[in-house]
Design a protein around this ligand. Structure first.
Ligand code: NAI
Length: 215
């Protein structure tokens, strides 16, 4: 099955498989059956087999999965070793926290620049990067060709910023701005992130007492 025909829900499960199987590898587990994996992950064995079959299937009949191999193959599909250059726009509270606490290289990206429109922030250090003014954005993109941008700016600024960034060659947005970016370019990809949605799901879980889904 080609990448473009794999359903969104399968793709959304891949990072969890990657994380979970990485933990098993760290614990020294060498191989695992789909039944054991399903029990540990709270999924059905047939769901796991179906998901992995979208990528050609990784196991061997009667053997199960080689944990290290499975981890590496899922990592490859996710592109975790790709070091894609990324920039962050908006060096406020959220932007600085993300720049400091997210290990981009572990997830396939390398944070190479941080920008803010407030001149008072220009030149300040965040993590191991110096905040630049957005006036430098175009020339920076021309020289460094970032593929992804993390948007940590207010909702009102997001659409215009995204348009500019696309014209500078950015192809992916990790968007925290609370503006639901829907981009009409087929070659641009967007992940809208709302931490509040996750919290509301937690609230729903409490009010409806659901305990069947785990992360
Ligand atoms: P903040 O006010 O501390 O920082 C925003 C920064 O963006 C400021 O430094 C400002 O100068 C800069 N900025 C504004 N317009 C800009 C532009 N066009 N280009 C470059 N820089 C620009 O706000 P905070 O707390 O960092 O939050 C940022 C945004 O993220 C807010 O809109 C907030 O609602 C949202 N947010 C979203 C979360 C989520 O789960 N999606 C969680 C927390 C905050």
């Amino acid at each position: 099955m080609s990448k473009s025909t794999v359903s969104n829900s399968v793709i959304r499960r891949l990072p969890r498989y990657y994380r979970f199987i990485g933990e098993l590898e760290k614990q020294g587990v060498v191989r695992i059956s789909s039944r054991e994996l399903s029990e540990r992950m709270g999924l059905t064995a047939s769901q796991i087999r179906q998901d992995f079959n979208c990528f050609g299937g990784f196991g061997q009949q009667g053997y199960g999965y080689n944990v290290a191999e499975l981890h590496s193959k899922i990592g490859e599909i996710l592109g975790v070793d790709a070091h894609r250059p990324a920039i962050l726009i908006g060096a406020g509270n959220l932007g600085r926290a993300i720049a400091t606490h997210i290990n981009f290289s572990k997830f396939g990206f390398e944070l190479i620049g941080i920008f803010d429109s407030n001149p008072e922030l220009t030149g300040k250090e965040t993590g191991n990067l110096t905040i630049r003014n957005t006036e430098e954005l175009e020339s920076f993109c021309e020289a460094n060709k970032p593929l992804a941008a993390v948007l940590c700016i207010p909702r009102e600024a997001a659409a215009e910023a995204a348009d500019k960034l696309i014209s500078y060659g950015v192809k992916a947005f990790w968007n925290f701005s609370h503006y639901d970016l829907k981009i009409a370019h087929s070659d641009v990809t967007v992940e809208n992130v709302h931490l509040g949605d996750s919290l509301m799901t937690l609230s729903y879980g409490l009010s409806s007492n659901r305990s069947d889904e785990r992360d």
